[in-house]
Ligand binder design. Structure first.
Ligand SMILES: C[S@@+](CC[C@H](N)C(=O)[O-])C[C@H]1O[C@@H](n2cnc3c(N)ncnc32)[C@H](O)[C@@H]1O
Length: 480
């Protein structure tokens, strides 16, 4: 990071979240005649910094909040005063509600719950034209929807000199909660056209932490035009080893969101009270009451409006929850759907009676959190909970086609490029490219899926060859 900063004598450098001062130590060891402004809001860090650097008159140590400090805000408004900024800013640090409100006003359009993005934004403002910044931060700013404003600022006001991507496990214990980290090096640039015609160097596939420090330690380097990234959906920076994946994501003529409704499901507000398990042997089943068979409703026999609840002793309905089963899921969970309980769900602030027009409909459920492979199973006229994204094709003939697609490696490559984290919220599923099958392909896929579903129902398992055939069909249709 120090090398990337390209320091020269006489420069003015900002360290806005100085902590123990490891960057400052490295800087003063390597360069003489530089001027450093260090900020931290932790008094213990400030004492330690003063102990280490208090006698160095080129280092100014300020006890204060770099995000709200009035001097820094003024310097930023004035167009920036620093030649260099270096930081390992706090990630996702908790902010009380008053401070969040304040930050929301100060940083309009930014996602204030994620502190690192505010540090990055403020620091870009504080750089002089042609000044350089180096940050180590999670990689979520590259493609998460909530960082769109930040991305557009970076893409139009700076040249991204380099982004190095690596797993957070390179720094055990330090960055718990984020799967990947990045070191971003950027240069402020007042001419927007120059920013857009600049090529970003993205380096990845480091095999260990030491390789990060080597000049050519990465195995893979990509060059990506900034103007192209700005034009991507949400100006997201998709990093895929195969360029036609990014091409397809950016230029496809239809997306899942165009041909299907994608919605999040229900939450009771108090699952301990309302949710029952089929048996204590199922995962987490022992934490809940066990359902008695005579309480399970047969919803085909309910003739009143199901969304008002069931007035019968048998008033528990099956609900689809998370868990990575593919194609079909057995009924493992049941929810109290008495009229009284439903009234409670509709009025209780903790409950989420959301997207109720999709309850008890035939569609596809995708768990919001997946491990390596995204999975999908039918929602067969059941309720589905908030850990599931329900996908309801506008043309029901596409249901099996989409079910097979969501379980395929082809879909996985697309969703993991759109969002590399293991999350599949509705907004990202909507963005997955959709390619319509020919009638012949649709018939073949329907036949294979029907067979797989029948086998799962009869034997609890299915023929792997059938699934391989499906995967090959999607590979062919999508050319991925
Ligand atoms: C990950 S640590 C930085 C580590 C540092 N680079 C080092 O070398 O030790 C983040 C630091 O930011 C400080 N911090 C958090 N919020 C801050 C804010 N709003 N303004 C200034 N410092 C802040 C924390 O007290 C902590 O010392």
């Amino acid at each position: 990071m120090i090398r990337q900063l390209q320091v020269k004598p006489g420069l003015r450098i900002l360290e806005p979240a100085a902590g123990d001062g490891v960057f400052i130590e490295a800087l003063v060891k390597t360069y003489e005649d530089i001027y450093i402004d260090a900020y931290d809001l932790n008094p213990i860090a400030i004492d330690s910094l003063k102990g280490k650097f208090g006698s160095n008159c080129n280092i100014a140590i300020t006890f204060g909040d770099a995000l709200t400090d009035e001097h820094l805000a003024f310097y930023s408004d004035a167009g920036g005063i620093y030649d260099r900024v270096i930081a390992n800013p706090p990630y996702g640090a908790w902010q009380d509600y008053d401070k969040r409100d304040y930050l929301k006003k100060m940083y309009k359009g930014l996602y204030v719950k994620e502190t690192y993005s505010l540090f990055l934004y403020r620091s870009i403002g504080l750089l002089k034209n042609l000044g350089i910044l180096v940050f180590i931060i999670p990689d979520t700013f590259l493609n998460l929807h909530m960082h769109t404003t930040l991305r557009r600022t970076i893409l139009t006001q700076t040249k991204i000199l380099e982004i190095a991507l690596f797993p957070s496990s390179f720094f055990p214990g330090v960055n718990f909660g984020y799967s990947n980290l990045s070191i971003i090096t950027l240069q402020k640039c007042a001419v927007k056209e120059q920013c857009l015609s600049h090529n970003i160097r993205v380096v990845t596939d480091f095999s260990n932490v030491d390789e990060l420090a080597k000049e050519n330690g990465a195995n893979t380097a990509y060059s990506i035009l900034q103007g192209q990234v700005l034009n991507n959906i949400d100006s997201a920076l998709f990093i895929a080893s195969e360029p036609h994946i990014t091409n397809l994501i950016n230029n496809c003529s239809a997306r899942v969101g165009d041909i299907a409704d994608c919605v999040t499901g229900f939450y009771s507000g108090d699952d301990k009270q309302f949710l029952h398990a089929l048996s204590s042997d199922i995962r987490n089943g022992s934490r809940y009451k066990i359902i008695e068979q005579e309480l399970i409703a047969n919803i085909d026999n309910v003739h009143s409006n199901l969304l008002d609840g069931i007035d019968d002793i048998a008033h528990y309905v099956p609900i689809v929850k998370g868990g990575g089963l593919k194609y079909v899921k057995p009924d493992l969970w049941f929810l109290d759907w008495s009229e009284e309980a439903v009234t409670n769900y509709k009025n209780n602030k903790k409950a989420r009676f959301q997207n109720s027009s999709y309850y008890f409909r035939f569609g596809i459920g995708i768990p919001m959190i997946s491990s390596t492979q995204i999975t999908a199973a039918l929602i067969e006229n059941k309720l589905f909970d908030q850990s599931i994204v329900g996908v309801f094709p506008k043309d029901a003939r596409l249901t099996y086609y989409l079910l097979g697609f969501f379980n395929s490696p082809t879909c996985n490559k697309l969703i993991r490029t759109i969002n590399p984290s293991a999350n599949n919220p509705a907004n990202y599923i909507k963005k997955i490219p959709f390619i319509a099958p020919t009638d012949e392909q649709l018939t073949t896929i329907d036949t294979l899926i029907t067979g797989i579903i029948r086998d799962i129902r009869n034997n609890g398992t299915y023929n792997e060859n059938d699934e391989q055939q499906l995967h090959a069909l999607y590979r062919h249709i999508y050319d991925i």
